[in-house]
Unconditional design. Structure first.
Ligand code: B1M
Length: 211
């Protein structure tokens, strides 16, 4: 129990070394990896998301917390695989073609991982064909696209069209985000959801797959 509290507090404080120490101590105490994930790391990131939405945490705090969570999760991953813990779902994510901005996309990825999702991160400058290939090769429920440039927003629409043309559009929900992206734009291009920030992206992903 003490170990879980120290993991929780370390993630809230953005203390990566503390999160790792807490995970190591919990594993040494024979705590199940799934319990450490759910009641330590995920619980802390849920609280980080709440604090962000209440304007008590801002992007820098959320980033350091997400990094602390990631460093704890890295230690836990082999144990989770061993225990056969099922991820909450699988998300394919990338910054669209022509766009190299990835800070916001990485934050969304880390928040999703902190909520128990497996994320296949395709990186930046991802072509519509690369998104299609990833959907064909992985059993993912959601495709997430990020764009920071008004000039690359049309790549989102092109990717949705490419998914349709490849006959895989119905297999996945499409979520989009990024500073210039709006809910109206999402509706216009036929995306299933839009999220203004990383915390909302977790809620949107859950709602898109009915969690
Ligand atoms: Co660039 N840049 N940049 N840039 N850059 C902007 C976006 C810009 C607004 C700056 C400005 O002019 N005021 C402007 C775009 C103007 C426009 O299109 N209207 C701009 C420009 C013009 C450019 C270049 C063209 C500059 C040039 O070379 N002449 C060039 C383009 C390169 C390219 O992509 N091909 C360029 C380059 C760069 C750097 C490489 C130097 C660097 C990127 C480094 C990197 O990402 N690794 C950079 C940066 C850092 C910025 C600013 C300063 C910051 C962006 C950022 O990281 N924000 C930005 C100005 C600004 O925003 N103040 C700017 C923090 C991040 C946490 O927020 O990404 O919005 P954000 O993500 C949020 C939400 O949007 C949401 O959640 C995140 C977390 O809450 N979200 C999602 C994001 N993706 C989501 C996906 C989802 C859901 C939610 O679902 C899938």
């Amino acid at each position: 129990m003490d170990q879980l509290a120290s993991i929780y507090n370390a993630v809230l404080d953005g203390n990566a070394a503390g999160a790792q120490a807490g995970v190591k101590a919990a594993l040494a105490a024979n705590m199940a990896a799934g319990v450490i994930l759910k009641n330590g790391l995920i619980a802390a990131m849920t609280e980080v998301g709440r604090l962000f939405e209440e304007n008590e945490y801002f992007v820098p705090e959320m980033l350091v917390s997400a990094r602390a969570m990631q460093s704890g999760l890295a230690l836990l991953k082999p144990y989770l695989a061993e225990a056969g813990a099922e991820p909450a779902g699988k998300v394919i994510m990338g910054t669209v073609k022509g766009d190299l901005h990835d800070i916001g996309k990485n934050l969304v990825r880390m928040m999703l991982e902190g909520s128990g999702f497996e994320v296949i991160d395709l990186g930046t400058d991802v072509s519509p064909q690369a998104f299609v290939k990833a959907v064909q090769e992985n059993q993912a429920q959601v495709v997430g696209m990020s764009a920071l440039l008004t000039t690359t927003m049309p790549s989102m629409s092109a990717t949705i069209k490419a998914l349709e043309e490849a006959g895989v559009r119905d297999q996945v929900k499409v979520m989009i985000g990024g500073a210039p992206v709006t809910d109206a734009f999402a509706k216009q291009i036929g995306a299933d959801g839009f999220s203004p920030d990383a915390s909302a992206a977790v809620r949107m992903t859950k709602s898109l797959i009915g969690l």
